[in-house]
Design a protein around this ligand. Structure first.
Ligand SMILES: *Cc1c(COP(=O)(O)O)cnc(C)c1O
Length: 402
């Protein structure tokens, strides 16, 4: 026991007052993170993989992959690992070998920005279509690019409304279209159907770029063979997070773009490398961590992780339904959607809540024990007769699930 335990973390960490006890502050941070982990079931980050070997051996040096990972000039410390990671993702997504490009990003947002920036550069007059269930980074990026965004309705389960898309595209058919499909929406893990989207674009003979924001579900769906960036798919680019399904202990991700859908970039001279990435200096440690996750588990290991997570999600829905809670999930999903529990339950269990609807995410590493404890707390706090009925008009009513 030290005196610092009575001090708030903010007071202990304050750098403009008395000398700080660095060890005490780090202890405090770790204690808080460990205490929160047991009841943290709302964030889509896997917690089952051990990255200790990489962190211990590489974590105390600078690994900076400046510039384009496919370029052989300049400084690039873990570039070889990054290239291997990009090749694995591209293979898993069935991208043609002679028509692929990508790099390790800081996360889903940078991947979306890189892909949409590329698309917008090629199609400067294009309208950017995205659904109301798209991630908040998409409208932000549309504003950053100075582009025109068009919002498309989502159905009650969170999937894009293709009839509404057709109406929106039909009205703007003289401009190219940049389409953002989501594979795993934030609230319900809905997956937009890129075949239906392509059908709409073909019907109106609108050209452009189809991007998939697959930050959450990209890897499981690719491993299922249900998400491909081959010629038939008509998909030009994809963004995937590294700290979600793979649980990489630093924000990270991957962006992949079909090479034919890219611009030629300017060569910058002082590092002698192609300036094709959003940031200049890039985190080589993230590339090494992603590489480690793939090298140690491979295709089959990660498929098994996805299967186990979906099983736990099925179990969770069953336990909640048995306790009188109308919870549901999409068939491919690890996200379980339910009416928002009472406040005392949400104080303890860190769910994600949007008004009357909440979700928990059965990411790899979440246990049956945690689910059982959550359901027990829920049952103790809210007898079934007090459970809110799902609304008829909102996301709490699934469209085609259960
Ligand atoms: C998490 C997420 C993002 C953003 O990813 P960051 O890594 O936080 O930038 C974007 N889109 C979707 C669908 C996500 O789930």
């Amino acid at each position: 026991m030290t005196g610092h335990q009575s001090l708030s973390l903010a007071d202990a960490a304050n750098l403009s007052g008395a000398p700080v006890d660095v060890t005490a502050v780090l202890d405090h941070l770790i204690r808080e993170a460990e205490a929160a982990a047991a009841t943290s079931i709302g964030f889509p980050g896997a917690v089952d993989l051990d990255y200790g070997e990489v962190m211990t051996r590489l974590g105390n040096r600078l690994w900076n992959n400046i510039g384009d990972p496919a370029d052989l000039g300049g400084v690039a410390h873990t570039r070889v690992l990054e290239q291997a990671v990009i090749a694995w993702f591209a293979d898993t997504l069935a991208m043609p070998r002679d028509d692929r490009w990508g790099y390790v990003t800081t996360g889903g947002t940078e991947g979306n920005l890189s892909a949409l920036h590329t698309a917008h550069h090629r199609h400067p007059t294009a309208r950017i279509y995205y659904s109301t269930a798209a991630h908040y980074s998409i409208p932000k990026i549309v504003r950053m690019l100075g582009a025109r965004g068009v919002v498309v309705n989502a159905d009650a389960g969170g999937e894009m409304d293709y009839a509404h898309l057709a109406a929106q595209v039909g009205r703007r058919r003289r401009w190219p279209a940049i389409l953002v499909a989501t594979a795993g929406t934030t609230l319900t893990e809905a997956v937009d159907d890129t075949t239906s989207i392509r059908t709409v674009l073909d019907e109106y003979q609108v050209n452009g770029h189809l991007h998939v924001d697959a930050a959450l579900s990209g890897i499981p769906l690719a491993l299922d063979g249900r998400l491909r960036l081959n010629d038939d798919s008509g998909i030009s680019s994809i963004a995937i997070s590294g700290h979600k399904f793979l649980g990489v202990p630093t924000p990270s991700g991957v962006v992949l773009i079909r090479d034919h859908a890219r611009n030629t970039a300017s060569r910058i001279t002082y590092t002698a490398t192609l300036d094709t990435t959003i940031t200049g200096s890039r985190c080589g440690l993230a590339a090494a961590l992603l590489w480690h996750a793939i090298a140690t588990h491979g295709h089959e290991g990660h498929r098994w992780r996805a299967t186990q997570a979906r099983r736990l999600a099925t179990y969770t829905v069953n336990q909640l339904n048995a306790a009188g809670w109308p919870a549901w999930r999409h068939p491919h999903a690890v996200t379980v959607v339910m009416p928002t529990p009472p406040e005392q339950v949400r104080k303890k269990w860190l769910l994600a809540t949007d008004g009357a609807t909440s979700h928990l995410v059965c990411m790899p590493g979440i246990t049956h024990g945690q689910i059982d404890a959550f359901v027990a707390d829920l049952t103790a706090a809210a007898p079934p007769r007090l459970i809110p009925r799902p609304r008829a008009d909102g996301l709490s009513t699934p469209s085609r699930t259960l």
